[in-house]
Design a protein around this ligand. Sequence first.
Ligand code: AR6
Length: 216
Amino acid sequence: MIPSETRVARRTENRRIYFFEVRFSVFGLVLSCNVQLRKMSPEPLSKRITVCRGDITLLDVDAIVNAANESLLGGGGVDGAIHRAAGPRLLAECRGLGGCPTGEARITAGYRLSARHVIHTVGPIWQGGDQGESDLLRCCYRNTLELASEHNLKTVAFPCISTGAYRFPKSLACTTAVRVVAEWLLSSGLPNIVVFCCYDADDFAWYRKKVGDIIS
Ligand code: AR6
């Protein structure tokens, strides 16, 4: 009973997008019918993407994103900073998750952080660019945004995933991140606001430029 046809119709009406999907089997039986309503935001991109410079662990948002490794058991860089600030209960919850493959994302509570949640995603290790690194980085951002939306989170802050210990080139990572986030926001009302939290001056400059280009 393999579906022989899939139709996806998409219609934008003010603040809502309607997804309508019908699948037929080879025998003409309807296998599935799926209608989704996704609320759109009335606000322009310029009000929904912001860039800041500083320590992501201090941000009072619904979720901060952790650039983790596949074990989800902590490490250096922003991962270490998040675990130190959140306290040992974060590690205990992460232990129960059983790791996370590169490109995917998992959500936990924020514990001692001001942020209510941490979304842990595992960026690719840069190996020269021909090992699917850009696709995997896109997956990190998309899967994180999807989790945020599923959990009804309105404000989410990203660090510059993979650009530290994992050595992804900063400018390419920035272009990738800004594009994926902008695409997502144009078709979804959640999260309502995305913050790019840059730790160093180079990243801050790249993000301000790329975000400026995309919203102008
Ligand atoms: N707030 C915001 N950004 C930060 C902070 C902070 N407190 N600290 C560092 N950054 P990295 P990766 C920036 O190395 O490249 C860990 O050991 C930093 O300047 O944290 O994805 C994990 O366990 C850089 O721009 O993450 C993994 O093993 C960015 O965060 C591995 O490193 C990402 O740098 C993941 O490597």
